[in-house]
Ligand binder design. Structure first.
Ligand code: C2E
Ligand code: CA
Ligand code: CA
Ligand code: CA
Length: 277
């Protein structure tokens, strides 16, 4: 039976024939996706609820697969992780986002871009220096970059996490806790961690208009964030009702289909031009 040397598993094992072959094909495809620029970013605006202005967007990765069409992260993120390619993908995504930030800045309408980081890419102590180099070669200020991390990353290795975050944040990059409220959220880590913003998970936002408990949780989370000096962002805002209620509760920013879905850069630019100023 044939074996692939060095990978530690047998491609043509009787039991594993399909899985192994498919796995290798996927690895191969992911590697060419990275090498051939098949990853693209779509941008979803975050609206400032005090002013209605859009100063920042979240970058969401899409894979323009040569045969399967446009894939969302749910279709490939786990594969990237399993293939050990998250580090490489993160670099690619950061480069695309920072190139875009440089273009928007050159065009005279700077927009800050939030990039999602996986837990695995943030145990990587080389990341802060690399990110600062990527910023400076493009002449993009650190304030044009935001990083979104989930709570699972914080649990992995808290001291290391805090060190990496501090270096990023001291350099001017803003840090958000993503999917806030779904993970292990303790008051002490919020006090200790170098973060700027909480992004309330969409499950709370989506239920707040017809569930009193959810509404109370949202209200108290906003107060908590503000009392700790953190900005509060709501994601998954799909209705006028939620948008209005979040504004009333003093939430700082909102993001969701009610405002716009994630769009390719050019379509985001025309969306932005259509907004009342
Ligand atoms: P996330 O960071 O929580 O991003 C928000 C997700 O909700 C996005 O899904 C977005 O398209 C979707 N969304 C936006 N507005 C609404 C809304 O009003 N209603 C609903 N139901 N959904 C909304 P997407 O683009 O499929 O991304 C899924 C997840 O993949 C992201 O969740 C993020 O955790 C991860 N991801 C995306 N890009 C990257 C990346 O470059 N690197 C890493 N490590 N993860 C990424
Ligand atoms: Ca996010
Ligand atoms: Ca989220
Ligand atoms: Ca505010």
């Amino acid at each position: 039976k044939a074996k692939v040397s060095g990978t530690g598993y047998h491609v043509y094992d009787d039991v594993d024939h399909d899985d192994g072959a498919a796995r290798l094909r996927t690895m191969d495809e992911l590697q060419s996706a990275i090498a051939e620029g098949q990853f693209v970013l779509h941008y979803q605006p975050k609206v400032d609820l005090d002013t209605g202005a859009v100063h920042s967007v979240e970058a969401l990765t899409r894979w323009e697969h040569p045969t399967r069409g446009l894939l969302h992260p749910g279709d490939f993120i786990d594969l990237v992780e399993d293939a050990g390619l998250m580090r490489a993908m993160t670099r690619v995504v950061l480069a695309i986002a920072l190139d875009q930030a440089a273009r928007w800045r050159a065009d005279g309408h700077p927009v800050s871009i939030a990039v999602n980081l996986s837990a695995s890419s943030l145990v990587d102590e080389g990341l802060p220096d690399e990110v600062f180099t990527m910023l400076s070669v493009r002449g993009v200020p650190a304030t044009d970059l935001q990083l979104e991390i989930t709570e699972d990353f914080l649990m992995a290795d808290r001291d290391r996490a805090r060190k990496i975050l501090s270096r990023l944040r001291t350099g001017g990059i803003r840090i958000s806790i993503d999917d806030y409220g779904t993970g292990y959220s303790s008051l002490s880590y919020l006090r200790d961690l170098p973060v700027d913003e909480l992004k309330l998970d969409r499950s709370f936002v989506q239920t707040m208009t017809d569930d009193d408990h959810a509404a109370a949780l949202v209200a108290s989370t906003i107060s908590l964030a503000h009392s700790l000096g953190l900005r509060m962002v709501a994601e998954g805002v799909e209705t006028l009702g939620a948008y209005t209620e979040l504004t009333r509760l003093g939430c700082d920013e909102a993001q969701g289909y009610f405002i716009s879905k994630p769009l390719p850069a050019a379509r985001f630019e025309s969306w932005l031009r259509r907004q009342p100023v």
